[in-house]
Structure formats: C-alpha cells, structure tokens
Design a protein around this ligand. Structure first.
Ligand code: B1M
Length: 210
C-alpha cells in the first residue's frame, strides 16, 4: 500500500524507482490522477523548493527529485481524461530564454492537450526570436510562456515587444505563468492573461478561444 505522503517523500529523496512504485500502487488503488499529481508529486517538489532555498538541498539532489517527479507524471499522463474532439485551438508553449525549468510547463501542456487543444511544446531556454519564428511557422492561437526565475521574467516582455514589432501581436494571444509571475505582472507587460497553475491555464485558454 502507498499513500500521498510516501510518494511525496520519495520525490524529496529523488528515488525514481520508489516514486514509480508508489504511483503504480496509488493508480491501482483507484486514486484520482490529478490528486496523485497535486497531493503526492507536487507536494514533494514543494518541500524540495523550501529545502533548496534554505541551502539544505543542492542542485544535483534537486535534479534527482525533478527526474523522479517526471517519471511519476509520465505514468499518470495516459490516465488524464482526454477530450476527444477536433482541436479547438493551437497553443505554442515554451519556457523563456535563460530558464531551464520545465516540469510545471510540461504539466500545463499535458492538461491543455487533455482538454482537446493542440500543443506545440518548444521546450526550455527559448529565445524571443525563436518564439516569433514559431508563431510565423505554426500560426498558433495562443503563445503560452513559462518562467520560474525572477531573472527570466523580463524575457516575457521581450517576446511581447518583438511580436508587436513584427506586427504579429494582434494575431495571437499571449498568456504567462510560473511561480514568480502574477496577474499584476501580466498586466504590466500587456499579456492577455495569467494562470497560477496548470488547471487554470486550461480554463484561461478555453476562455481566450471562446
Ligand atoms: Co530551480 N529554482 N534553479 N531548479 N527550482 C526554483 C524556481 C527556486 C524558486 C528555488 C528556490 O530558491 N526556492 C529558485 C528561483 C528563485 C527566483 O528566481 N525567484 C530556483 C533557482 C535559484 C535555480 C537556479 C538559479 C539554481 C542555481 O543553479 N544556483 C538554477 C537555474 C537554472 C536555469 O533555469 N537557468 C535552477 C535549477 C534547477 C534544476 C535544474 C536543478 C531543477 C529544474 C529541473 C527541471 O525543471 N527539469 C530546479 C527545480 C526542480 C526547482 C524547484 C525546486 C521546483 C520547480 C518545479 O518543478 N516545481 C523550484 C522551487 C519551487 O518552485 N518550489 C526552483 C513543480 C512544478 C509543478 O511547479 O514549476 O511552479 P511550477 O509550475 C506550476 C505553476 O508555476 C504553473 O503551473 C505549474 C503546475 O501547477 N505554471 C504555469 C508554470 N508554468 C506555467 C505557464 C502557464 C501557466 C501556469 O501558462 C503559460
């Protein structure tokens, strides 16, 4: 038997095999996939964040935790109910330049996809120029930007400014998210919306596409 506390603890310890075992047990026991993510995997990663900040954990340990969390998310992914419909919109998603954090961004992408929207996930450390080239190539409805560092947040503004310079800004909506980002920041840089978590990002996309 496994519980959410065991799962969170295995994420904190970066024990991928144990994370996978607990996730499998929790799935078999009929637990809700989103609860497994929120109450087990994210709960563990939140503790990692606190210890990292306090200097009680270091980058290699945080990376192990991140990899074990990603292993758990992969198992849960197929269980998130997917709305079976023709794509109702195209979302271009990426983490901004200088920023390598991708766990939250990938969760956002996974849930948006589950809602029946098409997601083009560009990855991490994406320059403003590459976002703009991708907007020209893929013609998305929404550009979704993630940043986890206060130092990389300004890259979101750069992207909006370059989209304006290239006369593309009125062709796409821009939404932003990530731990240091806020609605106030979205308003300051002229983004079309901000979402605090993956579930809200889905709602925001649907609202902007309606
Ligand atoms: Co980094 N890191 N990290 N890190 N890391 C943070 C973000 C930090 C808060 C830790 C801390 O000090 N407490 C801190 C940032 C401080 C700041 O700027 N305010 C920090 C730092 C300082 C750094 C380095 C600079 C450390 C160093 O090298 N000295 C370095 C920077 C590297 C770089 O990016 N250039 C670094 C490196 C790393 C690792 C590589 C080791 C690893 C990343 C691995 C990976 O992503 N593949 C890592 C990790 C794992 C973290 C913490 C511990 C966890 C992040 C995470 O995955 N959370 C993090 C502390 C924390 O956040 N508590 C920390 C789980 C995830 C589900 O949540 O990403 O917040 P989150 O995503 C949420 C929401 O934010 C939202 O929805 C998601 C799901 O609900 N969301 C969106 C995210 N994007 C969205 C987009 C949307 C909408 C919602 O619309 C478009």
């Amino acid at each position: 038997m496994s519980n959410y506390a065991d799962l969170a603890q295995s994420v904190i310890e970066g024990q991928k095999d144990k994370v996978i075992e607990h996730v499998k047990n929790l799935i078999s026991a009929g637990n809700d996939p989103m609860d497994i993510i929120n109450e087990g995997l994210i709960a563990g990663m939140n503790v990692v964040g606190v210890r990292f900040k306090a200097g009680d954990m270091f980058v290699p340990e945080v990376l192990m935790a991140a990899k074990s969390m990603a292993g758990g998310v992969e198992l849960v992914k197929p269980l998130i109910a997917t709305v079976d419909q023709k794509s109702a919109g195209k979302i271009l998603l990426g983490t901004v330049k200088g920023d390598l954090h991708d766990i939250g961004k990938n969760l956002v992408g996974m849930l948006i996809e589950s809602a029946g929207l098409e997601v083009i996930n560009m990855g991490v450390d994406i320059s403003a120029e590459d976002f703009v080239d991708a907007v020209i190539e893929h013609e998305p409805d929404i550009v979704a930007l993630s940043a986890l560092l206060t130092t990389t947040m300004p890259a979101m503004q750069d992207i909006i400014e370059i989209l304006e310079d290239e006369d593309l800004r009125d062709k796409v909506k821009v939404i932003i998210g990530g731990a240091p980002v806020s609605q106030e920041y979205a308003d300051t840089i002229g983004a079309d919306g901000y979402a605090p978590d993956a579930g809200s990002a889905v709602e925001l996309c649907k609202k902007l596409l309606a």
